[in-house]
Design a protein. Structure first.
Length: 255
C-alpha cells in the first residue's frame, strides 16, 4: 500500500513533528502541562492531521515505531522546558499511547530506558490511553499496574465514548479522566449534557480521580465547568495545539 510506504519513509526522513496543547487549571488559569499531538509535515501537502494517518499506522503496525519516536520526542521536549523554565517545577507532559504499544513485549523496559536516557521522571509524564484500547488489550491491568508502580500518571482519554464500563475505574490505577469534547459541546445545548459531565466529575471525585475537560471553546463552557468543579481543561478557548517554538514562548511569558 502506497500510504504505508509513505508513512514508513516519513518516519525515516523525520517528517513527523509534535505540537503541544496547553492543559490549564480551571481554578487559576495556570498552565499545568501540555498534551503532545503528532503531525506529519508532508513535503507536498504540508501539515497532515493524525486523524488521517494514525488509523493507517495502526492497521499496518507502523504505529509501534511511530509511537516510540513520539514518546522519546515528548520526553526530550519536557526535559528542555524543565531546564529552561525552572519555575514550572511540576509541568506535566501528556502522551497518547496506542493499544498496540501497550501490548508490545518489553514495553515497560523500553519506556524505562528512554526516561533514563533523557533524564525525566516518570512522575512528570501522564500516559493517555483511549477507552477503546481497554477492549483490545486483555493484559492491560498488569501493564497499567506496572507503569503506575514506575511513577507514571495514567489518564483515560475520550472518556464516555468508548467501551470501559464504570466498574473498570477502580479495577485500574487511573489518575485522570479526560471528558470527551462531545460532552462539553453538548452542555450548551442540552441540560442532559450538563448532567452527564456533572455525573462524571462527581464519580471521579469519589474515586480520587481528577478530571480534564477537552475541547473547551467558550467562556460559557468554562464557567459551567468551574461550577461543576472540574479541575482542569484544554481547548481552543485557552490555546490550540502549538509548535514547540510557540509553546516555549507561552511558557516564557510567566516570570
Ligand atoms: O491533534 P488532532 O486533534 O488532529 O488529533 C486527531 C486524533 O489523533 C486524536 O484522536 C488524537 O488523539 C490522535 N493523536 C494525536 N496525536 C497522537 C499521538 O501522538 N499518538 C496517538 N496514538 N494518537 C494521537
Ligand atoms: O483524541 P484526543 O483527545 O487526543 O484529540 C485531541 C485533539 O483535539 C487534538 O488534535 C486537537 O487538535 C483537538 N482539539 C483540541 N482542542 C479543541 C477544541 O477546543 N475544539 C475542537 N473541536 N478540537 C480540539
Ligand atoms: Mn489525548
Ligand atoms: Na484527548
Amino acid at each position: 500500500m502506497q500510504v504505508e510506504k509513505d508513512l514508513r519513509l516519513a518516519l525515516e526522513r523525520e517528517e513527523f513533528c509534535l505540537h503541544y496543547q496547553p492543559i490549564v487549571s480551571l481554578i487559576n488559569g495556570e498552565i499545568v502541562g501540555f498534551e503532545a499531538l503528532v503531525r506529519w509535515n508532508h513535503p507536498q501537502r504540508g501539515l497532515v492531521s493524525p486523524a488521517e494517518f494514525i488509523p493507517i499506522a495502526e492497521q499496518t503496525g507502523l504505529i509501534t515505531s511511530m509511537s516510540w519516536w513520539i514518546f522519546h520526542q515528548a520526553c526530550c521536549q519536557l526535559r528542555e522546558w524543565q531546564l529552561r523554565f525552572p519555575h514550572y517545577q511540576t509541568l506535566m507532559m501528556s502522551i497518547n499511547l496506542s493499544g498496540k504499544q501497550l501490548e508490545q513485549l518489553g514495553m515497560v523496559e523500553r519506556v524505562d530506558r528512554i526516561l533514563q536516557e533523557v533524564g525525566v521522571a516518570a512522575s512528570s509524564i501522564k500516559l493517555e490511553i483511549t477507552e477503546s484500547s481497554f477492549k483490545e488489550t486483555p493484559a492491560l491491568g498488569t501493564i497499567l499496574n506496572h507503569l503506575k508502580a514506575m511513577g507514571f500518571q495514567l489518564a483515560i482519554d475520550d472518556f464516555g465514548t468508548g467501551y470501559s464500563s464504570l466498574s473498570r475505574l477502580h479495577q485500574f490505577p487511573i489518575d485522570t479522566l479526560k471528558i470527551d469534547r462531545s460532552f462539553i459541546n453538548q452542555m450548551s445545548r442540552d441540560p442532559k449534557g450538563v448532567a452527564i459531565v456533572e455525573a462524571i466529575v462527581i464519580l471521579a471525585q469519589h474515586t480520587n480521580i481528577n478530571t480534564i475537560s477537552e475541547g473547551i471553546e467558550t467562556i460559557a463552557q468554562l464557567e459551567q465547568l468551574q461550577s461543576l468543579n472540574c479541575e482542569f481543561g484544554q481547548g481552543y478557548l485557552f490555546s490550540k495545539p502549538l509548535d514547540s517554538h510557540a509553546a516555549s514562548a507561552l511558557l516564557a511569558q510567566k516570570v
